[in-house]
Ligand binder design. Structure first.
Ligand code: NAD
Ligand code: DAU
Length: 350
């Protein structure tokens, strides 16, 4: 089996690539990534010399490049993770999100469709990795199921919703064999420090302020990234064509409570007096169009494919903090150059 994984140098993609390369030595894994600010080959340094792994630098927005790649490689499957992934950046620059998330996805679908019709085609599956943000926001109760209507609010979630619709359209119109999953918020190693948890780990370490949007009352459903990668493995191998699965941790937390727990863990790890890090919490202007609450009903995945998260939030957060404290070089590298300047311009003075 020769699989094209897109976005494999990013946060979730790197865990998916590592899992597939190590667990399936007979598969050939091609990792296609543009290496944007979020892509980092250091995320895969432990597997880069494995004989079943190949890295390809390229842009999914370049349709000719994608068509030629499919023509040359005769892939059996695609697992598509490449995307612009940060909501705040999408508010500042929506076009880039339309280009990569919509046009890039359609380029891949088109190449797979063309490839499927060839006599020598061995193409079996196009797996599109998506987000729970396509469903919009919940009030105090209820959960997103696979039947919840799409109601995206940010340019990021609108672009992901658009890509999901194109994937389903290629299934309905051209019989392209597709599978989709929509996952809740991930956290863990290799997460770029612009997202809430790794940003606050970086800021606590450096005694910088912890910017909490609004009152910190927004709720997210957190899942340890390796559990997401395992769910992708299970869905890729076992889901029927045309199916959608929600993936989530049954793990809802208000942002302020996440950060208080993180502060406590890091007080202990850094040998600071209990309560020291909490003093860094700073309430800042809210995100425009900020969704109040996400919660995933993942019972279909549990019932059909026997997947459950393996790590509690407390365990996962502690493992995550340990990884960031141990991998100082990684953190210094991704926060070198323009990181702080860009961060301050884009977010702090919104
Ligand atoms: P990320 O931003 O960490 O990584 C994205 C990767 O895609 C990077 O390596 C980047 O270089 C690459 N990329 C971006 N534009 C590209 C292009 N034009 N061509 C080729 N490669 C390109 O993102 P992530 O958090 O790992 O998310 C991966 C996927 O999972 C995305 O599709 C995202 O929508 C989805 N998702 C993320 C979460 C989450 O909590 N992070 C939750 C649910 C779903
Ligand atoms: O739900 C899945 C989605 O989760 C993914 O599709 C996205 O790619 C991923 O980025 C994530 O989106 P969020 O917007 O939920 O993640 P983020 O870490 O940016 O924010 C989490 C919550 O914390 C959200 O309510 C906004 C808030 N926040 C975020 C940042 C960066 C803050 O209060 N302060 C911050 O500095």
């Amino acid at each position: 089996m020769k699989i094209l994984i897109t976005g494999g140098a990013g946060f979730i993609g790197s865990h998916v690539v590592r899992l597939f390369v190590n667990k399936y030595p007979n598969y050939l894994i091609h990792n296609l990534d543009k290496l944007t600010y979020a892509g980092n080959l250091a995320n895969l340094s432990d597997i880069e010399n494995k004989s079943n792994y190949t890295f390809i630098k390229g842009d999914i927005v370049d349709g000719d490049f994608i068509n030629n790649l499919f023509e040359k490689e005769n892939y059996n499957a695609v697992i598509h993770l490449a995307a612009e992934s940060h909501v705040d950046r999408s508010i500042a620059n929506p076009i880039e999100f339309v280009m990569t998330n919509v046009i890039g996805t359609v380029n891949l679908l088109n190449a797979a469709k063309t490839h499927l019709t060839k006599a020598n085609s061995a193409f079996k599956k196009f797996y599109h990795v998506s987000t729970d943000e396509v469903y919009g926001t919940l009030g105090d109760t209820g959960m997103f199921t696979e039947k919840t209507s799409y109601d995206p609010h940010s340019p990021y979630s609108a672009s992901k919703a658009g890509s999901d619709h194109f994937v389903r359209a290629y299934y309905d119109t051209y019989k392209l064999p597709v599978v989709i999953s929509n996952c809740s918020n991930n956290y863990g190693p290799n997460h770029f420090p612009e997202k809430l948890i790794p940003l606050c780990i970086y800021n606590i370490k450096n005694k910088r302020q912890l910017p909490i949007y609004g009152k910190g009352e927004n709720v997210r459903d957190w899942l340890y990234v390796e559990d997401h990668a395992k769910a992708i493995d299970v869905i890729f191998h076992n889901a029927a064509i045309g199916q959608t699965y929600n993936i989530g941790g049954h793990n809802e937390w208000k942002n302020i409570d996440v950060i208080k727990l993180l502060c406590k863990i890091m007080d202990e790890k850094l040998g600071r007096e209990n309560g020291t890090n909490e003093k860094l919490i700073t309430f800042v202007k809210d995100r425009a169009g900020h969704d109040l609450r996400y919660a995933i009903d993942a019972s279909k995945l549990k019932t059909d494919l026997a997947w459950l998260p393996s790590v509690t939030f407390e365990q996962g957060l502690e493992k995550t903090v340990d990884w960031y404290l141990k991998n100082e070089d990684w953190l210094n590298n991704v926060t070198s150059g323009n990181y702080l300047k860009y961060y301050e311009e884009q977010y702090t003075n919104r």
